[in-house]
Design a protein around this ligand. Sequence first.
Ligand SMILES: [Zn+2]
Length: 395
Amino acid sequence: MPSTLIDDIGELVTCEGDDGDLLGIRRDAAVVVQDSRVVWVGPRRQAPAADETVDAGGGTLMPGFVDSHAHLVFAGDRAAEFSARMAGVAYSADGIATTVQATREASDAQLRSNVARLVSELVRSGSTTFEIKSGYGLTVADEQRSVRIAGEFTPEVTFLGAHVTPAEYSDHRDEYVDLVAGPMLDACAPYSRWIDVFCDRGAFDAGESRQVLTAGHRAGLGLRVHANQLQQGPGVGLAVEFGAASADHCTHLSVEDIDALGDSARTDRPTVATLLPGAEFSTRSAYPDARALLDAGAVVALATDCNPGSSYTTSMPFCIALAVREMHMTVAEAVWAATVGGATALRRDDVGRIRVGASADLVLLDAPSHIHLAYRPGVDLVRGVWRAGRPVREG
Ligand SMILES: [Zn+2]
């Protein structure tokens, strides 16, 4: 495969920095890509010859975003619910049932084409690695087809049978948890890398979450937890105790939760605090205390939480802008969280950074610096996207 030189990069964001320069920024740089990998990074005047050249025009080249939390397998939308919420109706997890019904009624082809549409949006806005969860089927057959279809688009597939208890089990919840941790897990594990549980008010309690995580771990899946979105509770503590790759939402944290996430960051396999500010934006709720997490040393990731109920955005640049404006993260912290942070939440070291040997997952911004991601909210600055060395968006 021919090599490609990306030349005249005004600002190269490698995400290979240190405390003084978190993003490892280089000026007047060049990058060479061959096959699916980055093979050279350095000053442009020293760049080796390549078969093809792309002129970055003085723009910003950065790693593709890593969206580690997205619910893309569903049918229907909940625009009316959003509209009502903006008019004052409170958010609850109950709305998920609406999407469950629409998802069960949809054909495989309808689900697949909806995922394809959302994946296209994600990639166009610069996400080159993304996780996809099930969780709107909630029967063995519907969860299995959800993870199967997700696997057509990404290796980062998460089985979320423990999203909510479906209506038909509302009077015997324990039977539903047994189903999730038993036959449903058996049917979904071959198609999944991860298992997730929504441990919160209106979803699953500590005992139920423990049962799901224990069974998922035994089945060889990595662990993730929807934790502390709606109120303080046991979710974050469980995630850290079980060595989950990520505790997601982290909106309502106790001091103990913050300390546990900070302590975990000093181990080889941290439990990442994944913040999903699109959910707070779309439910008009208070944002997580990102500063407390960062000050405690926690590894923080940003993700879209793309789903039709509480965060219907595929845009990581939008989440970066929210993180900076609403959660008081520095622009550098937000960009790091959207790249390296997301990669860490998926326990990947081949993505989220630009270095020799990394996957050539790159985003070219039509902007002189990464700061414009937050400084120019809502503006599509993405001029080029490469996934594994292949251009997927140009111009
Ligand atoms: Zn979620």
